[in-house]
Design a protein around this ligand. Sequence first.
Ligand code: KIV
Length: 277
Amino acid sequence: MNRSTQQKAAHVTTRRLLDMKQNGEKIAMLTAYDYTMARILDRAGVDVLLVGDSASNVFAGHSTTLPITIEEMIYHAKAVVRGVHDESGRAMVVIDMPFMSYQLSSEEALRNAGKIMKEHECDAVKLEGGRVIADTVKRITDVGIPVMGHLGLMPQSIYKYGSYRVRAQEEREAEQLLEDAKIIEEAGAFAIVLEKIPSALAVEVTRSLTIPTIGIGAGVACDGQVLVINDILGLNREFHPRFVRQYADLNTVIEDAARQYVEDVREANFPSPEESY
Ligand code: KIV
């Protein structure tokens, strides 16, 4: 690790996120899957970079997050950690534990969480689930590995839900989610992602917890927000859910640049004498 002492001091830690909640400072989190993007996002001041298993969708082209493997997550995570270390070293890097890398037993979950921490030098792992994974969260945090929880719409359970609709709209599911959030906090998690739930419920969960909530489609009251980087950059023309704010249209920028390049090559306008040896 080549962070200077000064850079290390600025590195976002679990303690810092807790302080941010207490001080009412919002936490900005984005996904990242590669070295170049991690450097740009760290430079931009993003507090937390999530190496999301959404890499399965946006990087590998699968229709769900389920197919991505632990080895593939390790590949993405190493690149992101390298990017942050080579930039300011400020952003916290959290790695999603992929489907079936933590559900079988607490022991296997601990082994895989340890493998992720050892191989990546990342800051934390993220697991989806409530009371069902509470023992696992406790086991992992007990050995010193920080865990971020994930409740509401949990993409690894998409086949159980049958759709990506908003979760916890009915009272029973909302009560269960609030209870699950408390259980996961009690088990030792340092933050919880709340995905696609009613804003009013996110307010209640955020007020009930000491640890920060990070929302995605959960309203402005959460202690922080997370979005998938490809979505905010407008890299996927077909995907426009209500909770995404698109900050750029890179799809058009990239397509135009590539078209121009193709034209230049075909017309022998590239390379010029200045671009040749
Ligand atoms: O995998 C992912 O990108 C996520 C975020 C959407 C929270 O879990």
